[in-house]
Ligand binder design. Structure first.
Ligand code: MCN
Length: 788
């Protein structure tokens, strides 16, 4: 399928944007330079917890090339507010969230290693670094609490005055009494302890920002690596108080991955914009990889106890969950939603569970802030559900696939006990297909063959479900968030018939420039190269909510569909006049407006030309031009679901785990571009396997980050994977016009339990935590040999 063809929905169209990226023509923030720009370097706290007694900036300010040295006190003097601290979550006793302030530059206390102490702005980055070394900061080191397990203990150091016991909230969801009743009549109870290890997001492009201030217009421009530039502008304007919205332009040009970590409003971007006015020069900052490990918001970091009540046949009667969620030293922008509304609402998994009760404590520690990372809350929930169901199956002697089948939700819509109403799905269909593709029946023979080679072979299932397409105002509002989400689009038809689509979504690796154009091409019957997708600039696109929660397809593209409906309706009116027919007789098909039952018609481009210049219609009746906008607010989330199967072999001599087969069967509803969707699934699986087998952010007892580089933090590589086998099932999503469900997080959600269930199967123990490193696996394998 090439650029000069009309691209139908469902075609594996190659990514339009890749030509730019693979020929080095991408324009990332760090590729940009502004006339007269200076460079920022942030002095960061070397301590996990300390009081700042004094900062002496005099010597640094005198260093060669220094343009400015700014601290938290300068920021406060200018009346700038702190970074916002998440959505309000009330504790179960009704009391509001107890959040401490989060200044962009610390004022009197630093709370994690890497916290922002001061910024030096100089002619070059090296001069800024040299001057930062001359800053004299006197710290009074305070006891630090980097460990989640002790943060709530009596006598633990207090991180924020506002949060006694370092507890931000104690939240609950579900029906405690109903769950207690379920346990009272259970024939069997399965219990599990889970650690969802802390992860670093590691986008290929580190964060970067350039702030510029135009003293003539009294207006700021911020180029930044954002997944949601409009939300960044709104927050910087309404909460931080940097400038009125109409005096602040935020541009997120090409962005090289985010995985959630670029949704948040960070200190550095805020400071670059503010400092540009202070020093009267554009200010540029590019994060170094070491700084990214220290300061990009981390993901996951939950400690959970789960209990499952079952009858004698393995039917689930009730589920009880207690989770402690690490927030880090400050609440990042969306941190409070992750272990609550994005987590506990998915605890029903794919199963008909009559009663669920979940408690979540959100806890401060002296570590980097924790927020959304690919999947955000849903991988944590899925890991818990899919591990405990698997463990229960093995305790009851039921095949794990059969156990799942006995508990599947089979009728839709299905109201779970934890808010979500699943709209459509066929979980047995994806399980059946996955088992067939995996040759599940043939596994015992493969295991026996592996054993003859001295290898331990295991197979693991993961039947995940997630709520994505994060938008519906009705649902988001009912979650207590008090805000609505939606997406906007504008379709501008040019006089020559080519089209610009402006979207509030932001593409940073998901291929929107292709799939969005593919939709417009299919709908208007014009070649895909005649469609340009514009995003990421608050001066071009009126407003948008950005990209996260696998929402851009289901929500962003639906807004485009609405705008296209309006374009088509207006074009029909114009065509009717030109063709001297009644509007009701005009049909639009394959890029042509024709009078039903005749051979009279007009190409789309002819109507476009008329709309602007030829005017063969009365402009008193129909306004000239062909440009329409729309906002789309769906009625529900989308609920992608599927079954992933991991088959692996462990070498008991070395503890290494080799994944030998991976089956992914996913239901994403209507698929616009199967090639892009498969790529999304592959990337997600890689990140999920990374969590399961190798990735972990670790701090020592004093709160020093000990995984601050790729020497210590292991990322998966291509050689760690077999070729994934991806299959699809399809149930249409009823809450958007295209019937789509999101695909961008599915792999990361599905993968960790598939791996750990397979390892548990191979090693014959349920006592295995993530990341299952070779050292851990070796110790288990050796203990097993000793037992035998
Ligand atoms: N799509 C499709 N058919 C479907 C569903 C989606 O063809 N049924 C297409 C969409 O048109 C889009 C792509 O698949 O081109 C992903 O769509 P969607 O699932 O709606 O997800 P978003 O575009 O909203 O992307 C967000 C999602 C998230 S939340 C994370 S985290 C993530 C991910 O995307 N971060 C990524 N994938 C990533 N991929 C890259 N390369 N980099 C990141 O940072």
């Amino acid at each position: 399928m090439n650029a000069s063809t009309v691209t139908p929905i469902g075609a594996p169209v190659r990514r339009k944007e890749d030509k730019r990226f693979i020929t080095g023509k991408g324009r990332y923030t760090d590729d940009l330079s502004r006339p007269g720009q200076a460079h920022a370097y942030f002095l960061r706290s070397p301590y996990a917890h300390a009081r700042i007694r004094t900062i002496d900036t005099a010597a640094a300010a005198e260093m060669p090339g220094v343009v400015g040295v700014l601290t938290g006190r300068d920021l406060a003097q200018d009346g700038l507010g702190g970074l916002i601290c998440g959505w309000m979550i009330n504790s179960k006793d009704g009391s509001p969230m107890r959040a401490g302030a989060h200044p962009a530059l610390a004022v009197d206390t630093v709370r994690y290693v890497g916290d922002h102490v001061a910024v030096v702005i100089a002619e070059t980055l090296n001069l800024a670094k040299d001057a930062a070394a001359a800053l004299a900061v006197e710290y009074e080191v305070l006891p630090a609490v980097p460990d989640l397990a002790v943060a709530q203990a009596q006598g633990a150091a207090q991180i924020h005055e506002a949060a006694p016991n370092n507890t931000v909230f104690e939240w609950e969801l579900g029906d405690r009494a109903a769950v207690e009743a379920a346990f009272a009549q259970a024939a069997h109870v399965t219990e599990i302890d889970i650690v969802n290890n802390r992860l670093a997001p590691n986008p290929m492009e580190p964060r970067a920002a350039i702030g510029e201030y135009d003293a003539g217009d009294e207006a700021y421009t911020l180029w930044t690596t954002s997944q949601n530039p409009h939300v960044a502008r709104l927050v910087l304007s309404a909460f931080v108080g940097l400038a009125p919205e109409n005096k602040l332009r935020v541009i997120a040009p090409d962005v090289g991955g985010g995985f959630g970590s670029k949704i948040f409003i960070y200190a550095e971007e805020t400071v670059c914009a503010w400092a540009a006015k202070k020093v009267g020069r554009p200010v540029k900052w590019t994060c170094e990889r070491g700084e990214a490990f220290l300061c990009d918001a981390h993901g996951r970091d939950h400690v959970t106890k789960g209990r499952l009540a079952l009858d004698a046949q393995g039917k689930i009667l009730g589920f009880q969950v207690k989770t402690i969620a690490n927030m880090g030293a400050y609440l990042s922008t969306f941190a409070s939603c992750v272990p609550t509304y994005l987590y506990a609402t998915l605890l029903s998994g794919q199963y008909a569970i009559p009663a669920i009760y979940c408690e979540v404590d959100a806890v401060y520690t002296n570590t980097a802030p924790v927020d959304a990372y690919r999947g955000a809350g849903r991988p944590e929930a899925t890991f818990l559900v899919e591990r405990i169901v698997d463990k229960a199956a093995r305790e009851l002697g039921i095949d794990p696939a059969e156990m799942r089948r006995r508990n599947f939700i089979t009728a839709f819509p299905h109201q779970t006990p934890v808010i979500m109403c699943y709209d459509a799905g066929d979980y047995a269909a994806s399980l059946d297909k996955a088992l067939e593709m995996a040759d599940y029946a043939g596994f015992p023979a493969r295991r026996a063959e592996a054993e003859r080679r001295g290898k331990l072979r295991g197979i693991g299932l993961s039947n995940y479900i997630e709520a994505c397409g994060i938008a519906p105002s009705a649902a988001v509002g009912s979650l207590g968030a008090g805000v609505g989400l939606w997406e906007s689009a504008e379709v501008r038809v040019n006089p020559t018939g080519n089209v610009e689509v402006l979207t509030g979504s932001h593409s940073h690796g998901q291929g929107h420039e292709t799939t969005f154009a593919q939709l417009v091409s299919a709908r208007l019957g014009i070649p895909i190269d005649q469609v340009t997708v514009i995003h990421g600039d608050t001066d071009k696109v009126q407003f948008g909510m950005g990209t996260y929660g696998s929402r851009s397809g289901a929500v962003g593209m639906s807004a485009i569909v609405k705008a296209l409906d309006k374009v088509e309706a207006k074009a029909k009116k114009i065509a009717a006049h030109i063709l001297e027919a009644s509007e009701g007789d005009i049909e639009f098909k394959d890029g042509r407006f024709s009078v039903a039952g005749t051979d009279r018609g007009l190409a789309f481009a002819e109507v476009a030309l008329n709309a602007y210049v030829a005017h063969k219609f009365p402009t008193s009746e129909i306004e000239p031009g062909l440009k329409e906008g729309a906002f789309y607010d769906p009625t529900n989330f989308t609920f992608p679901a599927g079954c992933h199967v991991c088959e692996l072999e462990v070498d008991p001599e070395t503890g290494t785990t080799e994944i030998v087969n991976w089956i992914a069967v996913d239901d994403f509803g209507t698929v616009i571009n199967p090639m892009i969707v498969e790529g999304q699934v592959h990337g997600g699986i890689a990140q999920g396997v990374g969590q399961a087998l190798m990735e972990r952010v670790a701090y020592d007892g004093e709160g020093q980050l000990v995984t601050g580089s790729y020497m210590d933090y292991q990322m998966p590589r291509a050689e760690d994977f077999p070729a994934f086998k991806v299959g699809m099932t399809e149930t249409r999503c009823p809450s958007n016009p295209l019937g789509m469900k999101g695909c961008g997080e599915a792999g990361a959600i599905a993968a960790p339990p598939a791996v750990i269930n397979a390892l548990a199967d191979a090693l014959g123990t349920q006592d295995i935590s993530m990341p299952a490193t070779p050292a851990k696996v070796w110790a288990i394998a050796q203990a097993r040999v000793t037992r035998q």
